[in-house]
Design a protein around this ligand. Sequence first.
Ligand code: KIV
Length: 309
Amino acid sequence: MSSGTRPEHPSGERRPVTLPMISAMKEAGEPIVMVTAYDFPSAQVAEAAGVDIVLVGDTAAMTVLGYAGTEPVSLEEMIMLGRAVRRGLETPLMVGDMPMGSYESSNELAIGNAQRLVKETGCVAVKIEGGGTSVERARAIVGAGIPVMGHVGLTPQSANSLGGYRTQGKTAAGAARLTEEAVSLQSAGCFAIVFEAVPAAVTELVVARLEVPTIGIGAGPATAGQVLVFHDLLGIGTGHVARFVKRYAEVGETMVAAMSAYAADVRSHAFPGPEHVYAIEPAELDELHRYFDQEGLASQATWDWEPLP
Ligand code: KIV
């Protein structure tokens, strides 16, 4: 990437993405690319693809931990996943999602847990969901020196109170509420705000009233950037896929086909083949045969072993 706001090192290497670079990209109209990652290999993929922001999302609850929703995932689990992601990233800005129960009840709890995420995973910023009391929590965390990304619209941690995983801001009153939340999160100091499952026309009206970069997921093209869940965009895993997801591959099908071929090869003795085994010097093997004969151990070996390379 050589254009605009994400300067390259003279060597041609990408530089680590910073908060000012994210704001500058928004100002320059340069789309911000964000994706989730949950472990070392997914982080390496995001790094190699040159994305701008990697979110260690609490969607990990479903994508890698097998829970039915985001509610059960703990801060400890998020920290363990975040540490693995950190080891796979060099340049994208890393954001750690604060899981349900880790920030809502007090500013002290929110600051303490945001500090844990930053100190223990190496993320640069944290994300919290919703307006209401989350605005005060965001202000407190920002006040403690930790950048915060907001999240409005469909906020999965409160899916039960929203009546499920539903599009938000579909009525004028709902859209006005969402606007008020986004503006308040901006005033609280959030450096960026995720818009999830919001009608495109509503997003367009709201983002025009905001200065901070907005990142959309199911919110149309008006946001400064887009985010997708790693497993959704790569086609890993089964289950319902939201309308807003674009599949760029069917990696899950490829994995099952490869695993089935491996199982068939093992069962038919096609694997391992001679190219997959280590050899021994013929003289050493002869000596082993002599030892077996001497000890009265009949050799069962039938393979015509190749000498060591
Ligand atoms: O947890 C997550 O993956 C998220 C994204 C969908 C924005 O919050």
